[in-house]
Design a binder for this molecule. Structure first.
Ligand SMILES: *Cc1c(COP(=O)(O)O)cnc(C)c1O
Length: 230
């Protein structure tokens, strides 16, 4: 299927799912995850009106995105994969959000680098909600500590949460993982009323319908848009 047809089909599925579970139209944003895919392919996604992109390797993102952002200043790039502290200063000028914030030390480095270039930066707190993934905060106390630290930050602003469901065909396990993220959000929003923590980044090519049913506000889709990279 062409990129154009894939995107149209996904947008239609998103709209249908929003409607079926009584959610407002356009309450779910589509991110194109462009890792492994060329600048040329990314341009054909931009041509379909998609403005939000996700990459998970700094090296790759730094090669592809600066020229794209120059040509299409309205697009946004989010970091969605493991981010090492020593890479932060290289990638931060090109990002509007880091979704994969999984430890306090990373927040400290993000604030330091954002301060240096006087640039506001959104983050999502990545939560560990399933057996397979190793990344993410895995307990309530450690993420609370991170949010306490964020209250003192001038440039880094938390907007919500992100997770990856386990890679399984067991729909119940996937749903359980998304529900856990939604319940973290409810609880932490209640504890930190001065932040707007409403963003829930959950759902990928294989599970985004379930994620929308469980309250996702942002789905991260790679394979279903670009096809398999090999
Ligand atoms: C690759 C990736 C995605 C997209 O996965 P697909 O199954 O290709 O849609 C989403 N989120 C993260 C964090 C990823 O690394």
């Amino acid at each position: 299927m062409s990129i154009k047809n894939s995107i149209n089909q996904i947008l239609e599925t998103i709209r249908e799912t929003e409607q079926k579970c009584g959610r407002a139209e356009n309450s779910v944003q589509l991110m194109a995850v462009s890792k492994f895919h060329s600048g040329e392919k990314i341009k054909s996604v931009i041509a379909e009106g998609i403005t939000l992109f996700g990459e998970n390797r700094v090296q790759e993102a730094i090669q592809k995105f600066p020229p794209l952002i120059q040509e299409f200043p309205h697009i946004e790039l989010h970091q969605i994969g493991l981010l090492q502290r020593n890479k932060v200063k290289h990638i931060i000028p090109f990002l509007t959000c880091v979704q994969s914030v999984d430890r306090l030390e990373l927040i400290m480095e993000l604030e330091k680098c954002a301060d240096k270039i006087q640039k506001p930066l959104s983050i999502l707190l990545e939560m560990h909600t399933g057996e397979d993934s190793k990344s993410g905060f895995s307990d309530y106390e450690s993420v609370k500590k991170a949010l306490h630290f964020l209250q003192e930050c001038k440039f880094v602003v938390p907007k919500g949460f992100m997770t990856m469901a386990p890679f399984t065909n067991d729909e119940n396990l996937i749903r359980k993982s998304f529900r856990l993220l939604a319940s973290y959000k409810e609880r932490l929003q209640n504890d930190f009323k001065d932040f707007d923590l409403s963003e829930l980044s959950m759902g990928m090519s294989n599970d985004y319908k379930i994620a929308i049913q469980e309250g996702s506000t942002l789905v991260r889709i790679g394979t279903a848009i670009f096809g398999d990279h090999n």
